[in-house]
Design a protein around this ligand. Sequence first.
Ligand code: HMG
Ligand code: MG
Length: 303
Amino acid sequence: MPYPSKVKLVDVGPRDGLQNEKQPVPAQVKIQLVHLLQDAGLREIEVTSFVSPKWVPQMADNAQVMAGVQRKAGVRYSVLTPNMQGFEAALQSRPDEIVVFGAASEAFSQRNINCSIAESIERFAPVVAAARAAGVYVRGAMSCTVGCPYEGDIAPERVGYLAGLMKGIGVQHVGVADTIGVGTPRKVQAAMQATLQHYALDDVSGHFHDTYGQALANTLAALEMGVWQFDASVAGLGGCPYAKGATGNVATEDVVYMLQGMGIDTGVDLDKLIDAGVFISEFLQRKPQSRAALALLNKRSAA
Ligand code: HMG
Ligand code: MG
């Protein structure tokens, strides 16, 4: 299969990235980050999540952040909603897309959203129905599709099982997530293949954390299968509070650099994206976790 000629990137940095930060990040900084990402050409941004502030305090300012974003035409703004309470709150913020998030592993489902896989589907079903009735697009995130911090390796059949359940309740698109970044290309391809038994190629995306340095290789492996939509996180921000030790998503800058080099269109201006990564990294008092950004920043300062 030839590589896709275009790739859609969803920057999940403001949500997946910042949810895991211990230090408070003011809403104004999050809003500024979203503005810099949309100015860099990102067409979809995962802005925040409507989850319990007791579980994830960093996302407690969800409504304030959504209200502060000056929306740009052509950009889609998505938010996580684990249940009806989250969905009803999110709806006030007029998201273009909501994300229900389940797991292929029972133990992770319990730790992350406090219920079994079966119970999570029962909770998601009315959320999906209400979102679709309101004209809001529904994505499903599937965690731990290759490995789980509590259960170890996850068989592709379990991913297929979850994808089937998501399809059954009307979830329109699913993201295959390697939550703890343990996946390698063939394992990720097997998880994708299992998902493609239930979803069309155009309705599937990859979400790869980079804990073991495999996320770019896993992205390429998915591209080889024709997958053309990926989540990525500016400056490689992130991790999940319920997956200890897991680092951020693949850095958006690294994915854009690779795709540009392959002649694949992303619509993203790499220089502006690097500036967005520098902005948030300076606030967090660290360097961007993107090799391409660091290399290009060194080149800039040498010029
Ligand atoms: P629960 O305790 O089972 O919920 O939590 P509950 O319905 O029993 O309610 C208990 C309390 O929570 C009540 O408050 C509710 O009002 C409140 P109290 O009466 O005790 O004061 N509550 C809420 N508050 C605000 N918003 C809500 C909400 N729901 C209940 N939506 C729940 C269940 C799912 C809410 C909880 O487990 C939770 O918030 N978990 C957070 C999980 C999370 O955000 N994880 C990180 C995102 S997922 C991720 O990073 C993975 C991903 O990137 C893909 C990958 O890499 O794998 C997507
Ligand atoms: Mg994630």
